[in-house]
Design a binder for this molecule. Structure first.
Ligand SMILES: Nc1ncnc2c1ncn2[C@@H]1O[C@H](COP(=O)(O)OP(=O)(O)OP(=O)(O)O)[C@@H](O)[C@H]1O
Ligand SMILES: [Mg+2]
Length: 369
């Protein structure tokens, strides 16, 4: 039964009960009637508390209607003799009305307070979400700063190495002319020249990478790129006894990008997945059909899932930091570079992982027109 009906029934029963006591108690037991008279306040006050002003008044009127015939017909109804009983009826109505009014005000105030509290709570949540976003953005900025200063420092270093290298090579070439071919010293100098050349190539290559190059954006077929990645890593997967699966990719899944860079990014992700997965596990690569992104572009979502141990929260917060690694021989640059490449393509890179449940690296890249 609903609480409303239950309450009405309780009130009605108590009014009927008290009235029956009045009607069936002999009049000479007037002290009992005096007590019963006061019992009526119970349902009146309850009605006022439960249903407010109207409820209180309705109940007191009800009591008045039920009680009046008892005064009129059983007591005689003389105004002078039964004055006290008529006054009691008046009091019923005053108590019903006033208590109802007060209860109603109290209730309205508490509703008002609840509303304010709810509003405050909402503002608090909004504020919290905003500050979390700000913290995340700051974190991103710090990471970007770290990467760019590191890159600049390394570029300066490489540049400084290149100049003395040129001198070493130049002087070695001069010295070489002093010895005839076949002379052991001639060969040593040859080695010196060859090794400086090699060092120079490494430095040049590094400088080429560090310099912000305009990426060579072209149309990249996701199927072809991912097939290349699978071919490159298939042997590693086999040795590790991991099932490497490329789910079917549509031929028209084409994105705008620099194939070489994207391959480097995908390779980093797959190698991480293979390194994390124990023998007998699996690494699955799949491409979702194109989805509209928040910015209104159409993007392809490429998911790399592994059945490894997952990443716990504290580590997850740091995996994009340059030089952060949990591997004895890792450099910790893989994901930092990968993120830079993906973001350089207008895409996003996210890692979904729960300790013990494997990892999914999700990249979204804009579709090529
Ligand atoms: N699929 C994965 N499962 C579990 N942990 C991962 C996964 N991918 C990345 N990680 C964690 O993120 C860290 C950073 O990865 P990142 O690729 O940047 O560096 P690395 O793999 O340690 O070093 P490098 O890539 O130079 O060999 C890893 O050390 C590892 O702890
Ligand atoms: Mg790595």
């Amino acid at each position: 039964m609903k609480p409303f009906v239950l309450r009405i029934a309780l009130l009605a029963l108590s009014i009927i009960g008290i009235s029956l006591l009045h009607y069936f108690t002999p009049l000479h037991l007037h002290y009992l009637h005096d007590i019963f008279q006061r019992f009526y306040y119970l349902p009146i006050i309850l009605a006022a508390l439960w249903f407010g002003f109207r409820g209180g008044l309705a109940c007191s009127l009800m009591v008045s209607i039920v009680y009046a015939p008892h005064i009129l017909f059983q007591w005689g109804g003389t105004l002078a003799l039964d004055m006290e009983k008529y006054l009691e009826i008046m009091l019923y109505n005053i108590v019903g009305g006033v208590t109802g009014l007060l209860a109603q005000r109290e209730r309205e105030r508490s509703i008002e307070l609840q509303k304010t509290a709810k509003g405050l709570e909402e503002s608090y949540h909004k504020l919290q979400a905003q500050s979390e976003r700000t913290i995340a953005i700051e974190e991103q900025l710090r990471r970007a700063e770290k990467l760019s200063t590191l890159g600049e420092m390394a570029a300066v270093l490489a540049h400084e190495i290149r100049n003395p290298l040129g001198s070493i090579r130049g002087t070695a070439e001069i010295l070489r002319d002093d010895y005839r071919p076949g002379d052991p010293k001639h060969e040593f100098i040859e080695i010196q020249i060859k090794e400086t050349e090699r060092l120079n190539r490494v430095v040049e290559e590094f400088l080429r990478m560090a310099r912000p190059q305009p990426a060579e954006m072209g149309r990249c077929s996701l199927r072809e790129e991912l097939e290349t990645i699978v071919t490159l890593t298939a042997n590693d997967a086999k040795v590790r006894e991991i099932e490497l699966v490329l789910e079917p990719v549509a031929d028209d899944a084409v994105i705008k990008g620099d194939g070489e860079k994207l391959r480097q990014a995908f390779l980093n992700i797959v190698i991480n997945a293979l390194q994390a997965t124990p023998a007998g596990g699996s690494v699955t690569i799949g491409v979702e059909s194109p989805l509209p992104s928040a910015e209104g572009e159409v993007v392809y979502e490429i998911r790399f899932r592994d059945s490894g141990p997952g990443i716990d929260k504290e580590i997850l917060a740091r995996i994009f930091e340059p030089f952060f690694t949990t591997k004895p021989d890792g450099t910790g640059l893989g994901l930092a570079i990968t993120k830079k490449i993906i973001e350089g393509h207008g895409g996003t890179l996210e890692v979904e992982s729960e300790d013990g449940k494997g990892t999914a690296v999700v990249t979204r890249l804009p579709k090529s027109e």
